[in-house]
Design a protein around this ligand. Structure first.
Ligand SMILES: Cc1cc2nc3c(=O)[nH]c(=O)nc-3n(C[C@H](O)[C@H](O)[C@H](O)COP(=O)(O)OP(=O)(O)OC[C@H]3O[C@@H](n4cnc5c(N)ncnc54)[C@H](O)[C@@H]3O)c2cc1C
Length: 408
């Protein structure tokens, strides 16, 4: 009888772990509580699945701010290049976009999921629909898992691949943290990462739904130090701000509880202050007989105009030809330095990933096996590692899944 492995969770890390263990001839059972596998995977990269990043091994580690070094061995055993080759062998053509982001050429996360399901089938992995309630052990060795319907499934190894706490509707409800704790592991505090932000300024809610394209932002901490800068798109919401550059910025706000972060938005990053001033002078000459509030239509999106007019301190009903040089300069400075103050992160349920998780000092980095319980392995987001945007989080899931599946 081949040794039996139970994988808990049919996300990217669990599917990679299961298929890899199956390819070694082991008897693999993958248990998933949803009716379908990879629910969250289908949402990734806005449905296009940015599954890795075309960078060096050091580049991968540099983009994982929490415990990146722990992953050195896993990335060496199964790198981003190996992952691309893995999908190529399963018939997926890939492409590289801005910032090294790697996607399937078809732009369909569904194709990645289909390939992983094929990988499971080809390696005789049995899929069980069910919810694991508890992992059982004897002394310091796993015995198997108990399901919520009362079934007990004995096994020689168990791989916890249950994901984090974010987007719980996809099935990631943090069960793995509880299993790990019950078996004697410690859990580093769970916090949202890559998450929308709430802000103090009340004018922000007036801009709800507005997307700003190609703006630049700088994130400044309490000691006036710049901790992040980026160029791209952002979105105003009823509570604050979101969108790609804001989510990325959030993962650089490491001590949000103690620190007060400010974001300075440059609405016109393509123009220096001097050039922007000349541009505004041209508009003001053209619209010299209009009221100030009616003169900015060519410069700003409609919904932003009343907010900028108010923040500029220039009376909205002042005729453009009466605006002073000093007032115009103030407007230029405002457009290049629109300030918002972060009050807090949105809840973990709205985060792209969960920061924190099973303490890495209790996991063997070259096998992903628990140092506390024999036969217990971890893969994916349940571990206390998390990356920036750009495909790093899925690479973590696939590399740790591969290592767990190769070592169990
Ligand atoms: C909107 C969104 C977009 C994203 N885009 C990207 C991107 O483009 N690139 C990138 O790198 N990362 C992206 N991520 C992050 C990435 O999706 C996750 O890091 C990754 O899915 C983690 O994989 P995992 O296998 O560890 O966990 P999950 O994908 O969370 O899978 C865990 C699985 O375990 C199952 N499960 C949980 N508990 C039990 C239990 N008790 N019994 C049985 N089954 C259980 C769950 O139902 C689930 O199917 C995105 C995340 C979100 C929310």
């Amino acid at each position: 009888m081949p040794r039996r492995v139970v994988v808990i969770g049919g996300g990217p890390s669990g599917m990679m772990a299961g298929g890899t263990a199956g390819s070694r001839g082991l008897d693999v059972l993958l248990i998933e509580k949803n009716n379908t596998l990879g629910k969250k995977l289908l949402l990734t990269g806005k449905g296009r699945c940015n599954f890795t990043n075309d960078t060096s091994l050091q580049g991968l580690i540099d983009n994982i701010p929490v415990n990146g070094r722990f992953l050195y061995s896993a990335f060496s055993k199964f790198s981003n290049k190996d992952l691309v080759k893995f999908f190529n062998n399963l018939g997926i053509k890939t492409k590289v976009e801005r910032g090294g982001r790697v996607f399937p050429e078809s732009d369909r996360a569904r194709d990645i999921l289909n390939a992983l399901e094929r990988y499971l089938r080809d390696n005789n992995v049995k899929i069980i629909r069910g919810e694991v309630k508890k992992i059982l052990k004897d002394n310091s060795r796993v015995l198997g898992v108990a399901l919520s319907d009362g079934r007990f499934i004995p096994s020689d190894s168990v791989i916890i691949a249950t994901g984090g706490l974010s987007y719980p509707k996809t099935g990631s409800t943090g069960d793995g943290y509880r299993f790990a704790e019950e078996l004697g592991h410690s859990i580093a505090p769970l916090k949202p990462s890559l998450v929308p932000l709430e802000v103090e300024e009340s004018w922000v809610s007036k801009l709800q739904g507005l997307t700003l394209k190609n703006v630049s932002i700088r994130v400044i901490n309490q000691s006036d130090r710049e901790v992040y800068s980026d160029l791209g798109d952002m979105l105003f919401t009823h509570f604050g701000v979101s969108g790609p550059i804001i989510l990325s910025a959030s993962s650089h706000m490491r001590d949000i509880d103690k620190n007060r972060y400010r974001i300075i938005i440059d609405l016109k990053p393509g123009l220096t202050e001097e050039k922007l001033d000349r541009r505004i002078q041209r508009d003001f000459t053209k619209y010299s007989r209009r009221l100030f509030a009616n003169s900015l239509g060519e410069l700003l999106p409609k919904s932003l105009i009343p907010v900028i007019v108010e923040l500029s301190g220039i009376p909205r009903d002042k005729y453009v030809n009466q605006i002073t040089r000093e007032e115009r300069k103030r407007l230029v400075r405002l457009l290049k330095n629109l300030l918002i103050t972060v009050s807090k992160f949105r809840p973990i349920e709205e985060a792209i990933v969960t920061s924190g998780g099973v303490n890495v000092s209790e996991i063997n980095p070259s096998t992903m096996e628990s140092k506390i319980v024999k036969g217990l392995f971890f893969a994916g987001e349940v571990i206390d590692v998390d990356g920036y945007t750009g495909g790093f989080n899925l690479q973590i899931a696939f590399s740790t899944g591969y290592v767990a599946g190769s070592s169990c």
